[in-house]
Design a protein around this ligand. Sequence first.
Ligand code: ARG
Length: 566
Amino acid sequence: MDFKEHIIDKITQVAELDRETVEKSIEVPPEESMGDFAFPCFPLAKVMRKAPPLIAKELAEKMSGDDVIDRVEAAGGYLNFFLNRGRFIAETVTAAREQGERWGSSDMGGGKTVLVEYSSPNIAKPFHIGHLFSTAVGNSLARIYKHLGYNVLSLNHLGDWGTQFGKLICAYYKWGDREVIEKDPINEILKVYVRFHEEAEKDPSLEDEARDYFKRLEEGDEEVTALWQYFRDISLPEFKRVYDMLGITFDSYNGEAFYSDKMDEVVELLREKGLLTESDGAQVVDLSDLNIPPCIILKSDGATIYATRDIAAALYRHRTYDFYKNIYVVGTPQALHFKQIFEVMKRAGWEWSEGCEFVGFGLVKFPGRAMSTRHGDVVFLEDVLRESVEKTRDIIKSNGNAVDDIDDAAKKIGIGAILYTFLKNSREKDIIFSWDSMLDFEGESAPYCQYGYARGRSILRRADGIDYSSPDFSKAVSDEAYSLVKQLASFSDAVKDAADKNEPFYINRYVTNLTKAFNKFYNTNPIMKEGADEETRKARLAIVDAVTRAIRTALGLLGIETVESM
Ligand code: ARG
């Protein structure tokens, strides 16, 4: 039963309006005491030539309650609808329990393919915290689209090509040591890379040397290519270690290098369309009519660049996956780059390119710490993850609760806390890292939601043996229960909003509010206490069961795991 639809039907009949008008104006009142839905009568005043409060009063009188609507009240110019709580709770909780992990899901995706490109670290540079932001958002979006019935592929567009490889290779020949690198690949590769920049400041001719190495790489020089392959091969397992910690897998690691032999075609296609013009020896697509800089396709030395590789990648993805959407989760500093390449593809007449979407995110700030790759003063991602797990372990210990597997709990909570932090606000907002709020078990945090889940599970464990499969929900219609179940019911809206705006924070907000309402519920509505009414207990247990499952599913859409005790 769709309660909102039922009310819309009722208003449509009684007020003799067309359904669409009613559908558009019906709203959820700002306060629960004003009912579950409200219909503003102001727009009717003109047609009916009456004051809105009078219209509301007359309509309320004509609209008696039924088994779905408990009562209708006129308040000012509004008609306020109060649902039959028992029925609403019964239907929602039963559906949520039946659907289990599918709660909040839909088949609106109809199996259409959505590509989510995220993480995409660079090999010659470290995997830094900005890539973790991309990883958190992308992983969550992939899960959200799956929940909506899309066929989702996660792509990691590795930065494994480009002038930085010229620099790395140049530096390696000068100061590199294979044995040292193999012991700690990412850090040592970074050291060599950082050294390049230090030395190049003193001796600018190194830049020319590096350019030459990249040219040799693009031309397929055997020795240089082997070295490139070597760097890629030793870096990948390092990245994968981090993905393992996060429980993330990718369907493809085709990075920039993969497209290096697919660019001639792009250059040709753009040339055929007459889009290329010359500018200082480079081949560019002029975008001055949009007031943005030209998109450089070929540099003056004939080398291709980032943008060309991205265009080749989009074309390849279209041909390979025939995507409905091709989403790029990349920091907002690259917004212009994507604007340029999307525009070039549009001008090339590639209609499918409308499915390409840039999903940007803000900066991560560590109070008191800078974050530049060039100078080696970076915050390492793995260190941050480890530190979070360690700190969590200490907190769990000092809380002194009986925890089954403290290592497992520390890991899931510590990592969950970081993911939650990235998904807490609208993604374009900058994030200021703070351990205190991240690991605040009572604030808006992953541990707070995970704790709510664990509490619910512990209540259910104590109820072992009680049959609460089909309770009488009219016994559990308190304000707290009702408000909790209303929150429970709004899951599918949250999932749709999240996908619609590519904003996982809708899910974050949903699960946080659900947990808050749940806390309030179990603190004020006794469940397993001695002497509580048997039927009431059963109805409340069923609510606990539905809610804990929903918390788990919603956290899952954020990539966050739950624990049974903490
Ligand atoms: N590797 C790039 C970086 O770290 C991000 C790649 C973004 N994706 C793309 N298709 N260009 O800045």
